[in-house]
Write a protein that binds this ligand. Sequence first.
Ligand code: SF4
Length: 345
Amino acid sequence: MNKKKDIRALSKDQLREFFISNNDKAFRGNQVYEWLWSKAAHSFDDMTNISKTTRNMLDENFVINHIEVDTMQRSNDGTVKNAIKLHDGLIVESVLIPTKTRTTACVSSQVGCSLDCKFCATARLKRMRNLNPDEIYDQVVAIDQQSRHYYNHKLSNIVFMGMGEPLMNYNNVLKAIDKITSPEGLGMAARRITVSTSGVPKMIKKMADDEVRFNLAVSLHSAIDEVRTSIMPFNTRFPLKDLRESLEYWYAKTKSSVTYEYVVWNGINDRKEDIDALVAFCKHIPCKVNLIEYNPIDDGEFQQAPERALNNYISNLEMNDIVVNVRRSRGKDIDAACGQLANKS
Ligand code: SF4
């Protein structure tokens, strides 16, 4: 194991102090910081405006722990799935999803997941560790490069919907988003970023208190406790009443609406009472609903409900003036679709 410290764990001020304590100029810290973040340098030798002696000194003290795209698969619909190798050999997955008007990166926040949603392939991996801010940032950089390479424009949106529950790795996700939105990083607008959570009430309130500027999505899937607990067992710890209260708190503080992600499964949440409960839940704060097409994972216990059930949802939501979108799945042929990320590679 390399004992040298990862240089990207240092803030800009800490880098400046490092150079001062080594009898060099503080601004050298700014130059190195720019190489590390906005230029995403993988090696000290890339830092061409830094002298060879200084580069050697950095090399003696630090490493740059970088991710590597281990394997890449392209779907028939243009979706690109990456198996990303971390510095310790663990793998996460990140996906580039193109549409006519935009490209979206779906990034991971943890290796595996500590939650246990029954319909999700990642849940079977268990949580191995949280990703560092730089490992999250690097996924976005890698996917931005793919967007430019394959689609001739920079990345337009980011969703935290890959592996892991982002609010269980909140500090690192926030630090990564700071870098992604900073002019010294990628300079992306926070409004183009969506953090999708399974619904951790305490953390939703914390985000509101922190006055974050990105969008919030909640994987709801049922507005009836009994049903939700049967598919998302942690719902016993974070019941819908607490979730609803935290979302009311979020809206009161941020004035920002919420997107509810919702899959309709055959025989699970396709009844009239399921629809009525969702409509009632949606009335608490301004929101919209994304009905997401489901991709069965291996054992086939969960099956997408037929079109008729989806149409019942759509007409009831619309009748109640709730905005609803249907999200067709992308990258199914390469297991890159929602809920399918499970390191099969
Ligand atoms: S759906 Fe999200 S929160 Fe639930 S187990 Fe999968 S990765 Fe974790």
